[in-house]
Ligand binder design. Structure first.
Ligand code: NDP
Ligand code: PYC
Length: 337
């Protein structure tokens, strides 16, 4: 059973829940926009369900709902934004113009977001950068829920990695995925719905393969995608979006959580590259060669990442979104609490 909502109604519902819970108007707006964009694009694991997580994180004192991020000029090609214990989204917004300006000036630039609480998908961020003509990469640790390949103990986060490439007459080429076999949000949604998880994505506390999401939460561990390859990529993310930028690893984030079950607390690294600065002269013929590659996917029988998401977006813009009735009731109860 589902309920249909317009995007405007969904935004109003989420923003009012977050404001009533104690988030500042700016945080409530930024959070609601990203949460509704997730649901709109068919990413339920980072959609309206996350409203509950944001409120829980606030109530457990693990996020500052009124924090104002501060921007620091770290180096000619590095901007550092201190989120000061707030959710990452306002910090991203505050640093974005600096990152774009630096990327155009230097050819390549980085934004380090520090001390942020993080719940969100990364595609909105790389998509926004790619829409300005920049190539973008973003990644962050999370909580240590994932065992490295060959190990049993959860040491790594679900560590998302996102990439955006500008396209002249099309939505940017974007991919964005957890380096765990599935996102933690997917395990949580299945657990709440009383459903099994796919085989090959998790082990129980004894190290045996499991399809029971409760066994994963009760001392088990998630697995990386692609075995040792995903494990190495995830470890790279721990390093470059953790100690490299002076912030926490997923193990440290989980320790900081202290059993509260709140959103992870760590940093995020965003890189931006300006195609016009890597070559002499006009980059358009090279960008046309990139187009030739991307346009060859569909005739080959493959689809581009984000194609499903852009299609879901078009449907939602026309018809609104559908969420489970029970989830809607939970959200309304929270608003009227
Ligand atoms: P998915 O496995 O659902 O999809 C990941 C990517 O792969 C998407 O870009 C998707 O495009 C693409 N894709 C999927 N199937 C195909 C296919 N058959 N052919 C081509 N491309 C395909 O993502 P995850 O569950 O791993 O992650 C979901 C979200 O969770 C991400 O947005 C991530 O940022 C977020 N996350 C956030 C974390 C955080 O700490 N903040 C931690 C972990 C995850 P499409 O969308 O079009 O299907
Ligand atoms: O789904 O793995 C996840 C996740 C972690 C933090 C936010 N989302």
């Amino acid at each position: 059973m589902t309920i249909q909502l317009t995007l405007a109604d969904a935004h109003a519902l989420v923003a009012s829940i977050l404001s009533r819970a104690g988030f500042s108007r700016a945080h409530a707006r930024a959070l609601a926009s990203t949460i509704v964009a997730g649901e709109r694009d068919g990413c339920a694991s980072h959609g309206l369900y996350r409203t509950l997580v944001c409120v829980h994180s606030l109530r457990t004192g693990k996020v500052d709902g009124t924090a104002l991020p501060t921007v620091h000029e770290q180096a000619p090609s590095i901007v550092r934004v201190d989120a000061r214990g707030g959710y990452s989204l306002l910090a991203f917004e505050a640093g974005l113009p600096h990152l774009v300006e630096k990327a155009h000036r230097q050819g390549i630039a980085a934004m380090a977001i520090n001390h942020c609480v993080h719940f969100s998908a990364l595609w909105p961020e790389v998509e926004r950068l790619a829409e300005t003509g920049l190539v973008a990469l973003a990644c962050n640790p999370s909580h240590a829920w994932v065992a490295p390949a060959g190990g049993r103990a959860p040491l790594l986060g679900t560590n998302p990695f996102a990439f955006g490439w500008p396209r002249p007459d099309n939505h940017p080429y974007v991919f964005d995925f957890a380096t765990s076999a599935v996102a933690r949000g997917e395990i949580e949604l299945r657990r709440r719905a009383g459903q099994l998880i796919p085989e090959g994505v998790a082990i129980d506390a004894a190290g045996h393969a499991t399809t029971d999401p409760q066994a994963v939460v009760d001392g088990g561990a998630m697995l990386t995608f692609g075995g040792y390859k995903g494990s190495a990529l995830s470890t790279m993310i721990e390093l470059i979006a953790g100690p490299l930028i002076g912030d926490l690893t997923s193990m440290e984030s989980l320790r900081h959580d202290g059993g509260a079950g709140a959103s992870p607390y760590h940093g995020e690294l965003v890189l931006a590259l300006d195609p016009s600065r890597f070559i002499d002269g006009d980059p358009s013929s090279h960008m046309a060669r990139a187009e030739a590659l991307l346009e060859a996917f569909a005739p080959s029988g493959a689809r581009l990442p984000s194609q499903r998401r852009y299609q879901a977006r078009a449907c939602s813009l026309a018809d609104g979104i559908r969420i489970p009735k029970a989830q809607h009731a939970e959200l309304v109860a929270l608003r009227d609490d």
